[in-house]
Design a protein. Structure first.
Length: 152
């Protein structure tokens, strides 16, 4: 059963681009925008990451921390962070365990071909670790995502 609004998220979320554990408890007193995206260095994912980068000061001022998650490796994440100057951590969910837990690893279709992939989704987690809003795949506006979170 995928995590829904009202559910508490697990403490250990995964390992970041530097191999360090990312724990919800590391962000006590902060809201978390946990965003799942398909792939580093692709047009939509770069637009989304850059929106969050550009809106990061306003998100921080509103009490948010941003954490990105994709299936990409830690090495890929390090390159993406460096290239786009991202001020937040990216979880390397190479086995898709976190994506499966959150229900965003699903069958997708492209040109009639079915494959497994990440549904672009953002979970807004409150200070107590409870999901208070989910911005789903059909709702995410990649180039204006920071404002979507701030104006939830």
């Amino acid at each position: 059963m995928a995590i829904q609004v009202g559910d508490k998220v697990p403490d250990l979320l995964g390992l970041d681009q530097d191999g360090k554990e990312v724990k919800r408890s590391d962000y006590k007193g902060k809201k978390i925008a946990l965003y799942f995206y398909p792939k580093d260095n692709t047009s939509g994912c770069t637009a989304e990451a850059c929106s969050l980068r550009d809106g990061y000061p306003a998100l921080k001022a509103a009490g948010y921390e941003v954490i990105g998650v994709s299936k990409d490796s830690a090495r890929s994440h390090r390159g993406f962070i460096e290239k786009q100057q991202l001020p937040f951590r990216l979880i390397a969910d190479t086995d898709t365990a976190l994506q499966q837990l959150f229900g965003v690893w699903a069958e997708k279709k492209l040109y009639g071909r079915a494959y497994m992939g990440t549904l672009r989704t953002t979970f807004i987690i409150n200070e107590e670790g409870i999901v208070e809003k989910i911005i789903g795949p059909k709702e995410v506006k990649t180039s204006d995502h920071a404002n979507q979170i701030l104006n939830k």
